[in-house]
Design a protein around this ligand. Sequence first.
Ligand code: ADP
Ligand code: MG
Length: 343
Amino acid sequence: MQDNTRTEIASLGEFGLIEHLTKNNDTTNAGTILSIGDDAAVIDQFGRQSVISTDLLLEGIHFDLMYTPLKHLGYKAVAVNLSDIYAMMATPTHITLALGVSNKFSVEALEEFYEGVYAACEKFNVDLIGGDTSSSKTGFVISVTAIGEVAPDKYVTRSGAKVNDLICVSGDLGGAYLGLQLLEREKRIFLENPGIQPDLENQKYLVGRILKPEPRADITEWLQEAGIMPTSMIDISDGLSSELLHICKSSDVGCILYEEKIPIHDDARKMASEFQLGAVAAALSGGEDYELLFTIKQEDYEKVACNSNISIIGYVTEKKEGCNLLTTGGNKHKLTAAGWTAV
Ligand code: ADP
Ligand code: MG
C-alpha cells in the first residue's frame, strides 16, 4: 500500500528536522572522532585532529542586501563559521567558500564581498583554499566550510557539563538582535519615504553587532593561556536560552540562569526600551551575538571572575531540576528555546 503521509517540516522545527534525518547516521571510518551534534565535527588524521564546520547564508533569510554592505557580508560569512571552530576550543586554519550568484551582481560587487572575506581571513590567520561558484535564480547564496586544528582530544564539546559547574558567557548579549530591529525600522522608514536617509551614527555599537560580528578568538586564547579547560562550550548563534538548552540536553543536566547576571550593553538596554522590548528577552532569544557560552569547574572560579570579558551567569544542576531562569524579582521560569515561560 502506498504511504501518502506528508509531514510538514514546520512540525519538527530546525533541530527536530536535523535529528530526524540523521537519527540513523552511522560513522564507519576509524578517523571519525565526533560526528553530528556539535558546533563542529572532529576527525583524526594519523594522530592529528581537525575540526570541521559548515554554514549556509541565504539572501532574504540570513541577510538583507538593502542594508548589508557586501564587504561586511563577506567578513561575516567567514566570521560566523570561525565562531563554530573557536566554540570547540580549536584554532581555525582554512576555509572553502561556495557561492550562488544572481546576475544582478557586478564583478565589482563581488570584489567588495571578497574584500570582506579576505579581511576576515587575514585577521584570523586563515587561508581560503577553494570553493565553488554557480549562478543562482533565488538570490545570493553563501556557504563556508571552516577547518581548524586542535591538540589531540583537547577539543570541547556541548556534552561535558557536570552538576555544579559554573555557566559563563563572553561579551554581552542581545545587541545583534536590537541592531537588526533598528536596521529593519530604518528600512521601513526609507521605503515609505525615500527622501529620508537613515541616521545610524549614534548606533555604531548595535549596528556593528549585527553587520560585523567578531568571533571570540580572544576568549579561547585566554582560556588556554590561563590553563582553563571548559567542560562544555557552544557559540551563541540562536540566543542564550536555545544554546544553553543545547548544552543541557547534550550534557544530560539542568541549569539555573540568573537574569541579573546576563551581560547587556547600555546601548542595547536603551534600544530595547525604545522598541518596548525586554533587553533580557533580546539576550535570551535574539541570537547572532556570536559570543561563547561555556561551563567551567568551580575550581576555576577565581581565574574567570577576574576576566572582565567573561560573566558568570549561572550554574549546572541535576537534569531533574530542569532548566530555569531565576528572575531579578526572585521568580523561577522554565527556559524554552524561544526564551522562557512561567512555571
Ligand atoms: P550551529 O548552530 O553551531 O551551526 P547547527 O544547529 O546548524 O549548529 O547544527 C547542529 C548539528 O547538526 C551540527 O553538528 C551540524 O553539522 C549538523 N547538521 C546540520 N544540518 C545538517 C544536515 N542537513 N545533515 C547532517 N548534519 C547536519
Ligand atoms: Mg555553533
